[in-house]
Design a protein around this ligand. Sequence first.
Ligand SMILES: NC(=O)c1ccc[n+]([C@@H]2O[C@H](COP(=O)([O-])OP(=O)(O)OC[C@H]3O[C@@H](n4cnc5c(N)ncnc54)[C@H](OP(=O)(O)O)[C@@H]3O)[C@@H](O)[C@H]2O)c1
Length: 168
Amino acid sequence: MPPTRLGPCCLAFSGSDGECKESWVSAKEQEPGGLRLRAFLPLLKKAAQGSSSSELSCSKAAIINMSSIAGSIEEIRLSENVQYISYRCSKAALNMLTKCQSLGYRQHGILCAALHPGWVQTDMGSSAGHKPPLTVDVSVQGMLNVLCSLSEKDTGTFLDWEGKVVHW
Ligand SMILES: NC(=O)c1ccc[n+]([C@@H]2O[C@H](COP(=O)([O-])OP(=O)(O)OC[C@H]3O[C@@H](n4cnc5c(N)ncnc54)[C@H](OP(=O)(O)O)[C@@H]3O)[C@@H](O)[C@H]2O)c1
């Protein structure tokens, strides 16, 4: 792995068991990033204030929300017989949260972005007998490279593990 120069970073990860959870309450449970941010925000603001750089970056202070292309309204396709509705809705909401965070926290020097990790060989990615194309190592390495490259222009964007823009 190349050296990564990431500063304070709030990463909102969460799992999902897709169609097993089909209520709005569970969709909320799947995306607790907004709640966790309350604890991290004072630290992110402090880090940004203490940074010598005027540019937004992950080495200064950043909120990176772990989203999914499944939450993209433009990219939605009927996948086999399941639609993962609560999962899609929770990720679309997370994307909106990302945009709102980017608008609200730019003035505090905090970069905000949503990332799609690709289709990855995790418990979730491999559920229902699927064999995803990406290993965890490849996806994580790709995302670390993307994080290191983020700058002012990228706040409020939705990118994949290779740094390509994902449509909202
Ligand atoms: N895998 C993919 O292909 C894929 C594609 C697009 C987006 N994503 C996104 O990437 C993120 C990670 O997914 P994954 O594939 O690694 O899922 P995963 O295999 O289901 O693993 C989820 C991880 O999150 C932890 N977790 C779940 N709820 C949590 C909570 N409330 N608080 C703290 N930790 C919690 C789980 O811990 P325990 O094991 O202790 O329960 C588990 O380690 C998710 O946001 C997912 O939506 C994944």
